[in-house]
Design a protein around this ligand. Structure first.
Ligand code: HEM
Length: 491
């Protein structure tokens, strides 16, 4: 058999064929290396690439996430070749553009869900669920009045419950289903990261489809789709039983307050029931899933780092609770939309958390046209990574960038700062559609939790926590243990 193969491959015809293929590939590579695209990319600074492999070995040894995390010596703009795929990393958000009809359509579909009247309706949900979460934490403290807890897992559960309520209308899943959904999002995030950074060859669809990662992705997508489909079906039935047509749920009172709490899914169902609507159940499902996936870990990590930072800085925690005491005294009344405008120091601490630990340390864009940036032409077809972490740690904009200084965000200290210097929700037309929702959620929930509970570090002398290098800045191993203790007896 081996002899046969040897004979076949060493025949003059095969050798000639192989030589022609190699020559053609080498010729193509030679021409490609001299193309305008490659010349424009190579004009940018960056680590020296190897032929064919580019910076793949650098990236394999030092994960790209760490390159993104470390404020690179090539800042504010540099290039990396991931095999044949160039990536331009920048800390300048000016070139944030977006295009694509499907995105534009989706955005207009999502926009009504974030109307301020709808958001004000969500305050009740944020209050109910965070008061419940604080009460459970308090109950679990026991007789000593304090306990070590993993705040990341507690806050992740709170965020998931809030998302279920605001996007799908209630506690729609069992504990098992909720956990499975959250784990599924983790798996999808990991696969996305593998394809983007560690195994760029998997960006080629047909190669990806041959791998076990693809099969895993397919399975997770089918499970999460089934979970959301079940909710859509139940919601339709409950509208029918209550004699409510899909388009009656969105009515807003004359005093411009929604008659009832509207879930995001209800709003989409209204759209779907409109004449000429071509919104299928599949689109409904995709929108609800996007909302859930985009809102889950991002907000959970923001809560996590906030609690960690105020535990590390008890003086700042005291200033937050002084503000809360001034507004609420020892009453356990829920937070109102008006209170939110008065919680100014809490807001500064939230912003400083999002600066130091932006939940998304970087976002990427595929350029659909040439763009000028920092004196370079970035050609169409290149992936641009916006280094949010680097922008937030620029010492010329935020002196002493590793220090927790919420006062940076007092209005008098923010004068003259570039609008794109602080960009945890990204910037430009494709920024986070839910940033008002997220800020409201953080403020209401933290106000309710901090009125009752105090947070401190297990080891106060430990250095500043470095997050796990993933697409989102999560705590290492999904764990952030803090000492939780009782603060006030609230009547
Ligand atoms: C502190 C919390 C949050 C942060 C820091 C955050 C940050 C971001 C960022 C940086 C983007 C842009 C991503 C990109 O450019 O590729 C984004 C997009 C998005 N976010 Fe958020 N987000 C947060 C909470 C939420 C929540 C709670 C929801 C839903 C309820 C949500 C829904 C979305 C959606 C749907 C998009 C895509 C928008 C589009 O493509 O038009 N986010 N978010």
């Amino acid at each position: 058999m081996l002899d046969m193969l040897r004979t076949r491959w060493s025949s003059p015809l095969s050798l000639t064929f192989t030589a022609v293929v190699v020559l053609l590939a080498a010729g193509y590579y030679w021409v490609w290396c001299r193309s305008r695209f490659v010349r424009l990319i190579d004009a940018l600074p960056g680590p020296k690439p190897l032929p064919l492999l580019g910076n793949l070995l650098d990236v394999a040894n030092i994960p790209l996430d760490e390159i993104v995390l470390s404020v690179s010596r090539y800042n504010p703009i540099y290039k990396l070749w991931i095999g044949f795929y160039p990536t331009v990393v920048i800390a300048h958000p000016e070139l944030w553009k977006s295009s694509g009809e499907s995105w534009r359509e989706r955005r207009s579909l999502l926009n009504p869900a974030f109307h301020f009247q709808i958001l004000n309706g969500f305050v009740e949900t944020f209050n109910d669920l965070s008061l419940d979460c604080a009460a459970k934490m308090e109950e679990s403290l026991g007789r000593t009045g304090q306990k070590e807890m993993n705040v990341f897992s507690i806050m992740s559960k709170l965020v998931l419950d809030i998302l279920c309520e605001t996007s799908m209308g209630g506690k729609v899943w069992s504990e098992v289903e909720s956990t499975k959904f959250a784990k599924g999002i983790d798996v999808l995030e990991n696969i996305f990261r593998q394809r983007l950074i560690h195994k760029p060859w998997l960006r080629i669809d047909w190669i990806f489809k041959l791998t076990s990662l693809y099969r895993q992705q397919k399975q997770v997508l089918s499970d999460t789709n089934a979970s959301v489909d079940k909710v859509i079906k139940n919601r339709r039935q409950s509208h029918k039983h209550s004699g409510q047509s899909d388009d009656s749920v969105s009515t807003i009172d004359e005093d411009s307050r929604p008659k009832k709490r509207l879930a995001f899914l209800d709003l989409l169902m209204v759209k779907a029931s409109e004449e000429n609507s071509d919104m299928s159940d599949e689109i409904l499902r995709n929108e609800v899933s996007t909302f859930m996936a985009a809102g889950l870990d991002s907000t959970a990590v923001a809560f996590n780092w906030f609690l960690y930072l105020i535990a590390k800085h008890p003086d700042h925690q005291k200033l937050v609770t002084d503000e809360l005491d001034l507004i609420f005294g020892d009453s356990d009344r829920p937070v109102t939309a008006h209170d939110l405008t008065r919680l100014k120091y809490l807001e500064c601490c939230i912003k400083e958390t999002l600066r130091m630990y932006p939940p998304f340390p970087a976002v990427s864009r595929y350029l659909s046209e040439d763009v000028q940036s920092g004196g370079y032409t970035l050609p169409r077809g290149v992936t641009v990574v916006i280094n949010i972490f680097a922008a937030h740690h620029d010492p010329t904009v935020f002196p002493d960038p590793d220090a927790f200084k919420p006062e940076r965000f007092l209005p008098e200290n923010s004068v003259g700062r570039h609008p794109y210097a602080f960009i945890p929700f990204s910037a430009g037309p494709r920024n986070c559609i839910a940033q008002k929702y997220a800020m409201m959620e953080l403020k209401v929930c933290l106000a309710n939790i901090l009125r009752r509970l105090k947070f401190s570090l297990v080891d106060p002398s430990a250095p500043l926590e470095i997050p796990s290098p993933q697409l989102l800045l999560k705590p290492k191993n999904g764990k952030c243990n803090l000492i939780v203790s009782k603060r006030l007896d609230i009547s």
